[in-house]
Write a protein that binds this ligand. Structure first.
Ligand code: ATP
Ligand code: MG
Length: 656
């Protein structure tokens, strides 16, 4: 059937139109915030489908899976073509999809499981402890978490961890060798358990593309069009993947160097700067209109960029087309409690004026800055959604429950095994490992399935006395889930697990177990979206890391609280940016290090989320414990011509 017509000319400006309808070949759309880069990519997909390109020939890489879902839903509205037929998602999710099929070629078994960050760190810590028991106790040495970050940073920038260690700790003797040793042992530990961390997904994917010519050519031929959003925040590992996939330079990337905010994870805006070099003949499109914000908000945002030292980046000033509004408000408040009070009063006012709660977002530099606000919102029963901090898929009960599923699908995954067995009385990681080892060896000897042996009396003998009562129910649940894995649909498997041990466990442990049971039950409808359990499990881990979702159920009309990092690409009619005191934003550590540019870009990202109203609050006092400290307004505000904003005076809440 012919697709419904789209008037591309009417929906897009000239530059967007040129990009959307450009001939196949490399293209870069380079433009500031709110200029319609994401919209351009969405219409590009619709346009390609109109040109007869098949959905599965299009690969859409986005910063979050949610962003890709939203774009593909829009494509569906425009064309009627089911967005699920396209390849859309983050680098990690695409990598995992392809590794599920071809991972064996780079040494992965088909049923490998994905570790979340906490689990990966636990393995590394274990490795460090085993190899060098004094390392962690020695005062000047980096903590295991810091070692983990360092290794991850090195991998994302395609360098050896030892080089990174050498650079960061030149004063600690032999650090490079140590880190190298830890890294290698960590790698081996993961291989033994057939588990991968996030970085592995990208590394194995790149390795696959580099080393397996046939596979590479197959995907190069399949993905006739590769579209990448938020290109400024890709790192070396990711851009190498793009290069491998786009053998014929069939890539269109969009980005804004002024919004590069992930250099701490290896993001490198050289990927943008060098795009032309890497893709000869690339078309470069620039958009100069901003469709998102009022002229007053945009004027302020432009001024933020104007305070950058000269010579940075490509971007230039944007023009606004939206109607005029109030200038952004700068709001000094007494302290974070005064801040919470101000925001809540203003929100109530906004709702009276007819705004929905979902029109409003509160953005902050770091999660803890929103503590007072969260407490007040909870007290007043104002519904909010939080996109950082503890998120739906990161909650302990969700992870405990899903660990059972993960384990059933990959019985080599000791981390998953330990996660739920340690819930039993008197069982710790060491005991869990021992039970696991015993079961594994027995299963090998009897040539039986691991999960079938788990329920045997021999294994029960190895379980500590206090846990013996619960063990059979747990082991039986795992066995049933494992047996159902290949036979039944994901939602049936979830239900099966829900009918098992864990549900009775939470009833005894948690006073508020009904809420948790509801959360778990919602996984059944979530599972509906997936064809296979493998796909579901992989998504569970990836979602926990990204967390744009409060629960699998649809979003509600509620306020949004989020870190600025997580707010990338989003827009809201009303935005509050909180904590604008020097030392809070920019963070003290970045001031001390003289490394302010990324903080400034982060501030730029924050203010450019706003469409109509922007409030920037500044707690004047920091009162922690019994110490009260005066804070200065953020230098990012002080740098800006006061005519660009209005200072709002609010009544003090409390005297000191
Ligand atoms: P960011 O840099 O923050 O990711 P962006 O450049 O991706 O921003 P979009 O989110 O695509 O910008 O667009 C910003 C807003 O402007 C969206 O609401 C979008 O629908 C709207 N918009 C963009 N281009 C047009 C246009 N030509 N006509 C009407 N609305 C537009
Ligand atoms: Mg965008």
């Amino acid at each position: 059937a012919p697709l419904p017509p789209i008037d591309f000319k009417a929906e897009l400006n000239d530059e967007q139109y040129a990009a959307v309808t450009s001939e196949p070949g490399p293209a870069l759309v380079l433009a500031g915030a709110g200029s319609g880069k994401t919209r351009t990519l969405t219409y590009r997909v619709a346009y390609l489908l109109h040109q007869g390109v098949q959905p599965y020939e299009i690969l859409l890489l986005t910063f979050t899976n949610k962003a890709s879902r939203e774009m593909l839903e829009r494509v569906e509205e425009l064309t009627g073509i089911n967005g699920r037929q396209l390849w859309g998602g983050t680098f990690h999710s695409i990598a995992q999809r392809i590794l599920r099929v071809h991972g064996d070629l780079v040494g992965l078994q088909r049923n490998y499981t994905i570790l979340d960050q906490g689990e990966a760190e636990a393995i590394l810590k274990n490795v460090i402890q085993t190899l060098d028991s004094k390392f962690i106790k020695t005062k000047n040495n980096p903590k295991p978490k810091v070692v983990a970050d360092m290794i991850s940073y090195a991998r994302n920038t395609c360098r050896e961890p030892r080089e990174e260690a050498d650079e960061r700790y030149p004063f600690l003797d032999g650090m490079a060798d140590k880190v190298d040793k830890f890294y290698k042992a960590y790698k081996q530990a993961k291989l033994d358990q057939q588990v991968v961390d996030y970085d592995d997904l990208l590394e194995y994917f790149l390795k696959l593309l580099r080393e397996q010519t046939e596979i590479r050519e197959q995907y190069q031929a399949r993905f006739k069009h590769i579209l990448v959003d938020e290109f400024q925040d890709t790192n070396r590992l990711q851009s190498d993947i793009v290069d491998q996939l786009a053998g014929h330079h069939q890539v269109m990337a969009v980005g804004d160097d002024a919004q590069c905010i992930y250099t701490w994870r290896g993001a490198d805006f050289d990927n943008i700067m060098q795009f032309e070099e890497r893709h000869p003949g690339a078309e470069i499109h620039k958009i100069e209109t901003n469709y998102r914000s009022s002229p007053e908000i945009l004027g302020f945002a432009n001024a933020v960029l104007a305070s950058q030292p000269s010579g940075l980046g490509f971007s230039k000033e944007l023009r606004a087309i939206k109607p005029s509004r109030e200038r952004p408000y700068f709001v000094p408040v007494m302290d974070t409690r005064g801040q919470a009070k101000f925001i809540i009063e203003r929100i109530e006012g906004l709702v009276d004026e007819g705004r929905n709660l979902s029109d409003i977002a509160i953005l902050y530099r770091a999660h803890f800055q929103a503590m007072d606000l969260q407490m007040e919102l909870t007290r007043l029963n104002i519904d909010y959604q939080i996109t950082s901090g503890v998120r739906f898929f990161e909650q302990a009960h969700i992870k405990d429950f899903t660990a059972q599923l993960r384990f059933a699908s990959n019985p080599a995954d000791v981390s998953a095994f330990a996660r739920f067995t340690c819930l039993l009385p008197k069982v710790g990681p060491k005991t869990a490992e021992r039970i696991h080892k015993f079961t594994r060896e027995r299963a090998a000897k009897l040539e039986k399935n691991f999960c079938d042996v788990l329920v045997s009396p021999e294994v029960l003998k190895k379980v500590p006395a206090d846990a013996k009562e619960e063990w059979p129910s747990l082991a039986e649940t795992i066995r049933e889930v494992s047996a159902a894995l290949t036979e039944r649909a994901p939602e049936e498997i979830i239900q099966l697990a829900l009918d098992g041990w864990y549900s009775s466990y939470i009833r005894e442990i948690y006073p508020n177990w009904t809420d948790r049971a509801d959360d778990l039950q919602s996984l059944v409808s979530f599972a509906n979206r997936f064809e296979t359990m493998e796909e579901l499990l992989a998504q569970l881990v990836l979602l926990a890391s990204e967390s744009n979702e409060r629960s699998p159920e649809e979003q509600q009309n509620c306020l949004r609280l989020t870190t600025i990092h997580q707010a990338k690409g989003l827009e809201f009619p009303v935005v509050f940016v909180i904590g604008l005191a020097d030392g809070t934003f920019p963070l003290k550590r970045t001031i001390d290090a003289g490394d302010l540019e990324e903080e400034r870009r982060l501030f730029y990202v924050a203010v450019t989320r706003a469409e109509e109203e922007l409030y920037m609050s500044y707690p004047m006092l920091n009162n922690q414990g019994n110490q009260v400290m005066r804070l200065n307004p953020s230098r990012f505000i002080q740098e800006i011509d006061p005519s660009r904003y209005e200072t709002l005076r609010v009544a003090p809440t409390r005297r000191y």
